[in-house]
Design a protein. Structure first.
Ligand code: SF4
Ligand code: MG
Length: 326
């Protein structure tokens, strides 16, 4: 459970003034066992900040991340270390995240060394072989170095490393974005398979809506640090309740666009101080009205399983229904 998570970054200028930027603004979201939750949004919307906080690689300014009922940020360091075997992270870059000087066997086994119970060498070897096979690589290749593998294989190695502690949750930040289309599809199938066989939950962060549409049960759409819409992935993209989701969905209409840069990657205009109180999307929103400048829309339930942070979410739904009738 992610509860009202916020993260501010403070920058100091030469004259001693400090300026605080809110990268993440009161994001709350639950990921259930075996569930794949996708997080989408433009670059700079706070997706990676969210990933790092959920993986406890960074601390929030306020809010909580509850894992099996324990707040990660109030655990003692020793207990947090123990807890880490339950959640692992996979990053975008299969080149940068694997140490080129280490053999695959060593790389994949690395998370085991933080476990409370130190496994024996034989156990490690066996576990590494099992993990490599479960991601479709040959156990016999454990003695090779990362450069001897393709990009897709390297990402599989990163996934094998993430799974070796048998985590309940894998946080994947743009985990397939650097891969070719056909390799992306393979890795996505692998993740869905792992969910099926091992009941692993995923928090899957990407700018690519087609990828989320393909693998996620639920999606959260982020805009400038806030969660603006949540719901079953397919419903959300088919029938958005937030105007921003519609902009994203229209920019990326089909699975053929998989992997190509789209409008969803363009950065939003800088946030003017005048708009701080209202809806942060209002200077791009075709439905904006005076209330949108005065009052910040909170995330609220619009339909069963569907939430949106927009004063006119019901109008978005009504517009769509009218449109379908014609
Ligand atoms: Fe647009 Fe207003 Fe909804 Fe914001 S609250 S998305 S400005 S209609
Ligand atoms: Mg990012």
């Amino acid at each position: 459970d992610i509860r009202a998570l916020s993260r501010d970054y403070v920058s100091h200028s030469l004259v001693g003034a400090s300026h605080s930027t809110r990268a993440l603004d009161e994001v709350s979201l639950a990921v259930d066992g075996g569930e794949i939750v996708g997080i989408v949004g433009e670059s700079g919307c706070g997706k990676s900040t969210l990933a790092r906080l959920v993986a406890a690689l960074d601390r929030p300014t306020s809010g909580h991340v509850l894992f099996d009922g324990d707040d990660l940020f109030s655990l003692r360091p020793k207990d947090l270390t123990r807890k880490r075997e339950n959640f692992q992270m996979v990053f975008q870059d299969p080149f940068g995240s694997l140490d080129p000087r280490q053999k695959v066997e060593r790389i994949v086994a690395e998370p085991l060394h933080v476990l409370a119970r130190r496994p024996s060498r034989a156990e490690i070897r066996e576990k590494v072989a099992e993990m490599l096979e479960s991601v479709g690589l040959q156990a016999a290749h454990a003695g090779r170095y990362p450069h001897e593998f393709s990009g897709g294989q390297r990402q599989r190695i990163a996934i094998a490393r993430a799974l070796i502690t048998e985590p309940k949750l894998v946080i994947a930040d743009e985990a397939v974005s650097a891969l070719d289309l056909s390799v992306q599809a393979q890795v996505l199938n692998l993740l869905m398979d792992l969910r099926e066989k091992r009941g692993v939950s995923f928090l899957f962060i990407t700018h690519n809506l087609a990828v989320v549409d393909c693998i996620a049960d639920r999606v959260g759409v982020m805009y400038r640090g806030r969660l603006v819409e949540t719901g079953p992935a397919h419903n959300v993209f088919e029938r958005p309740f937030h105007p921003y989701t519609r902009v994203l969905a229209e920019a990326e209409p089909s699975i053929e666009r998989f992997g190509r840069p789209t409008a969803s990657e363009r950065s939003p205009p800088p946030l003017g101080s005048a708009e701080a109180g209202g809806c942060t999307f209002r200077n791009r929103c075709p439905l904006a009205m005076p209330r949108c400048a005065a009052e910040r829309p909170e995330l609220r339930t619009i339909a069963p399983g569907r939430q949106a942070a927009c004063h006119r979410a019901e109008d978005m739904g009504a517009e769509d229904i009218a449109g379908n009738g014609n």
